[in-house]
Design a protein around this ligand. Structure first.
Ligand code: NAP
Length: 322
């Protein structure tokens, strides 16, 4: 089969399209013929080995494992003797970073319990856009942010991979959602259901006198003190990403700042979770969430897909099709 592999850290040019052995599923595994995958920050971080901290997981001097690709959507081709949940032909999607990666390939063998049946109303491309980004958004809003109906929620980075899911998921919880993005993405963010939009190039949401019960900041960019200023007296700020300083600020300063009032500042470390993906599938099938796809690339163009993602201005998700 064809797979994207890498043996050293560097720019996306280190990625190579190679012929590799088609995996054979073990007893508890199923063989999935991947039809589409999508790019996430984990791929972008792991290929470059940056920020350096990611090497704690990916290997210090060179990558421990040579495959990338966390999101998959495809069709089951074969099942191991103990993988009874599925049958050949089933259409599935999954986040496989916890079970060996390998989404940038034509086939992968993964434990059956990592997979979820694909939402009936999505194409494979759309389904591949969902797993990691939507789960990060859900875990940030629900588990860290304790989102409640009627709350004022602000999503910073609302037009990106995680942000486009966050806006829709927050709306599905009954929140009043403000999406912050750049000028050219205002219409997109409105179109996915944001009640209000703010153009960060024209207006500073941390200094306009408005306050939010929950702020989900997908990619950093502002200081913890800015986010704190924009919170209501009992508001929660959840940082999902950003520079190293921005990720560590809430961890180190968050508990200390929380002592001076009831505002809470925290960082999310999301985990692939099959139950969360089932929950999101429910929202998709109920018509409450729909993936936004920016650009599509072929497997051969994976390096280009990563370069595009790495510019940090994707409108929704970047998808790779087989
Ligand atoms: N916590 C976790 O477990 C976890 C898991 C996965 C990913 N992440 C993090 O999630 C973050 C976002 O990932 P993603 O895939 O959603 O990224 P993405 O698709 O590239 O989206 C990035 C967003 O940032 C916005 N942006 C770019 N420059 C900006 C600026 N100067 N000021 C304000 N906004 C700006 C973009 O909006 P415009 O184009 O409109 O400017 C876009 O909406 C990454 O930093 C990653 O580390 C965290």
């Amino acid at each position: 089969m064809k797979a994207i592999v890498y043996a050293e850290y560097g720019p996306p040019d280190v990625l190579q399209l190679k012929e590799t052995e088609k995996p054979v599923p073990k007893e508890n595994e199923v063989l999935v013929k991947i039809l589409a995958t999508s790019v996430n920050y984990s791929d972008w971080g792991f290929v470059r080995g940056k920020p350096f901290m990611v090497r704690m997981w990916s290997g210090f001097l060179k990558p421990k494992q040579t495959l990338l690709g966390a999101d998959i959507a495809g069709r089951i081709e074969a099942i191991g003797s103990n993988a009874k949940q599925f049958k050949p032909g089933d259409e599935v999607f999954a986040e496989i970073s916890g079970v060996g990666w390998g989404g940038f390939a034509e086939y992968v063998a993964v434990p059956g319990n990592a997979l979820v049946l694909k939402p009936a109303n999505l194409t494979f491309e759309e389904a591949a856009a969902v797993p990691q980004a939507a789960c990060v958004a859900l875990q940030g809003l629900r588990d860290k942010g304790h989102i409640q109906k009627g709350q004022k929620v602000l999503v910073f980075g609302a037009s990106g991979g995680i942000g486009t899911f966050a806006v829709q998921i927050a709306r599905s919880f009954g929140a009043e959602v403000t999406g912050v993005c750049s000028t050219s993405n205002l219409d997109l963010v409105r179109s996915i259901g944001a009640d209000h939009v703010i153009d960060y190039t024209q207006e500073d949401f941390t200094r306009n006198g408005l306050h939010y019960d929950l702020i989900l900041a997908t990619a950093g960019f502002r200081s913890l003190f800015d986010y704190r200023r924009a919170l209501s007296p009992t508001g929660i700020h959840v940082a999902t990403g950003g520079s190293l300083a921005q990720v560590f600020q809430p961890m180190l300063l968050g508990p200390w700042l929380t002592m001076f009032g009831k505002k809470k500042l925290c960082t999310l470390s999301a985990k692939a979770d099959r139950n969360d993906l089932e929950f999101i599938k429910g929202l998709i099938e109920a018509g409450k969430v729909k993936p936004v796809i920016d650009r599509r690339f072929t497997l051969k163009e994976t390096a280009e897909a990563l370069r595009y993602y790495g510019k940090g201005h994707s409108r929704g998700k970047v998808v790779i099709t087989m």
